[in-house]
Design a protein around this ligand. Structure first.
Ligand code: NAG
Ligand code: NAG
Ligand code: NAG
Ligand code: NAG
Ligand code: NAG
Length: 463
């Protein structure tokens, strides 16, 4: 990528930030939604290759805030959205952690070299020990799936009172993408079929079980899916562009807990997840669909039961499935439907409408107070897939946001509280955050471009 292209890209990002800030500044200050667009460091793909990157301390809004949405997509070096049939976005996730202030191991160090005493992982409220601790995360459906947290709710982060002395709150971005240009079997590569990757050992060099036909343990960073003979090997530079929306934290925002439920949950708890083989965790994250022998129209239904530790109002819900997914439902203990999330399949070529891929998942926004769960309620998660063909590495996750039921007296207080404490500062704080974020992005990117291709990242199981 030439220097000019890079700066054009950064300028575009900057301009869109300024446009957002101008429009937000015209709104009432204390309640205005802030918005910023950031780019991940660049990653490099050629036909059949896989990138599974972990970027520490990514640019992120600072301060005590309520996250309202986090949207992302893959773009090329000219800022153009890249369709899934070229770069399949298996997933992106963001994780929150407290890192030591003086730690130099930011950004791009190898995970292996990480001193874990410099980290405190701040996982979500979910019950999958050792995995699925993210705050937000989506895959191919990212362009057409709402991540908006409805009013008056927000995901509270950056509360200075909760950050231990000597630490700073930071964010990790994990991007997993597969370049399927010129491959033999496009959906086989996106489903991480081990045979297509010629992989028999996981990324740590451990032999995979004989019956493991496909999934993330066969398409880790720098693996290679089989390409057709004679194709042109054109490599490309890609970025994850992410847009964060947030509010300054004020009393009248109601915090929500994030739960991510997994249909592979088996209830077996491992003693020390960090030392566990990921294949032994109680949430396997992925599963396989066997092909049915009938003439078609077969549905594979997988169900699991799980206990939600703390109840409240469900204010948002969405499922995550892979191609061939037919929808997922979360039920309460008495069988009532808490939320159903269905996929939208594309039927074209262009980014956001790619034929055969899940390009969006429907979301639930129950009227506040209308869908409740109680502490310790036994829920059932159900995930349906078409089983006309076999599939490997499929997922059935359900992401829900739960607000603790609000005492009536507090509700009254909200109505009379104008939230005017931080008036006056808002505009300056905002400009400062914006400038800081953009500078970080600009310096980060130009630094990375100078350094060129990075060392490979080591995989991890996040707690
Ligand atoms: C890790 O960091 C802690 C605190 O910064 C330090 O005391 C310890 O010696 C470090 N360990 C290694 C192996 O570098
Ligand atoms: C697959 O990997 C083995 C070693 O692990 C190697 O000997 C063989 O040539 C590879 N096959 C292909 C088609 O790359
Ligand atoms: C394709 O290009 C990449 C880097 O540009 C290189 O690492 C890879 O080995 C090449 N693959 C083939 C089959 O030539
Ligand atoms: C994981 O499970 C397998 C059997 O499923 C067992 O052989 C292995 O020892 C387990 N690994 C760990 C680290 O517990
Ligand atoms: C899953 O399939 C079963 C059986 O075909 C059906 O009863 C159920 O409603 C389906 N659930 C979803 C979420 O589509």
């Amino acid at each position: 990528m030439s220097r000019n292209q890079l700066w054009l890209l950064l300028l575009l990002v900057l301009l869109s930030c300024i446009a957002d800030s101008v429009s937000t500044m015209n709104q009432q200050k204390d309640r205005s939604i802030k918005s910023a667009v950031f780019l991940s460091p660049p990653f490099f793909l050629h036909p059949g290759s896989v990138a599974n990157k972990f970027y520490f301390n990514i640019p992120f809004p600072k301060g005590h805030i309520a996250l309202k949405s986090f949207d992302a997509e893959v773009i090329d070096e000219n800022g153009i959205p890249v369709p899934l049939h070229e770069t399949y976005l298996h997933h992106w996730i963001i994780e929150r952690y407290y890192g030591r202030k003086e730690s130099l191991a930011d950004g791009n160090s190898e995970l292996k070299a990480f001193n874990h005493s410099n980290f405190i992982w701040m996982r979500n409220a979910g019950i999958c020990k050792g995995t699925l601790g993210q705050y937000y995360g989506l895959g191919s459906e990212t362009r057409r799936t709402s991540t908006w947290v409805p009013d008056p709710y927000g995901i509270e982060v950056g509360n200075p009172e909760k950050i231990p002395d000597g630490y700073k709150e930071k964010w990790l971005l994990n991007v997993h993408a597969i370049d399927t240009r010129g491959v033999e079997d496009r959906f086989g590569c996106t489903e991480c079929k081990c045979s297509l990757y010629n992989v028999t050992m996981d990324e740590f060099g451990r032999a995979l079980p004989k019956d493991y036909d496909g999934g993330l343990h066969c398409c880790y960073d720098q693996t290679q899916c089989q390409v057709r003979a004679g194709i042109q090997n054109v490599s490309r530079i890609l970025y994850l562009k992410y847009t964060v929306k947030w509010l300054n934290w004020v009393e009248n925002i109601i915090p929500v807990k994030i739960y991510i439920f997994d249909v592979t949950y088996s209830g077996e708890h491992s003693v020390d997840p960090s030392k566990e083989n990921p294949l032994n965790l109680s949430c396997k994250v992925e599963y396989e669909i066997k092909s049915c022998k009938d003439n078609g129209g077969c549905v594979d239904t997988k169900r699991t039961q799980l206990v939600i530790p703390t109840g409240g109002d469900i204010v948002y819900g969405v499922a995550h499935q892979h191609s061939a997914g037919l929808g997922a439902t979360l039920y309460g203990q008495d069988g009532r439907v808490l939320c159903t999330s269905n996929p939208t399949y594309g039927d074209g070529e262009e980014a956001g409408n790619e034929a055969g891929y899940i390009v969006g998942m429907s979301t639930c926004y129950p009227k506040p107070g209308s869908v409740q769960v109680v502490d310790g309620e036994m829920l059932t998660l159900e995930s349906n897939y078409s089983s006309n063909q076999a599939h490997t590495g499929v997922m059935g996750l359900f992401y829900v946001l739960v607000a603790e039921a609000v005492p009536k007296s507090k509700t009254m207080l909200f109505l009379s509280f104008p939230g005017s404490l931080d008036l006056g500062l808002t505009k300056h704080t905002w400009s400062f955050v914006l400038a800081g974020g953009m500078l970080t992005a600009i310096f980060g990117i130009s630094y990375l471009c100078k350094r060129g291709r990075r060392k490979p990242y080591q995989p991890l199981v996040l707690t």
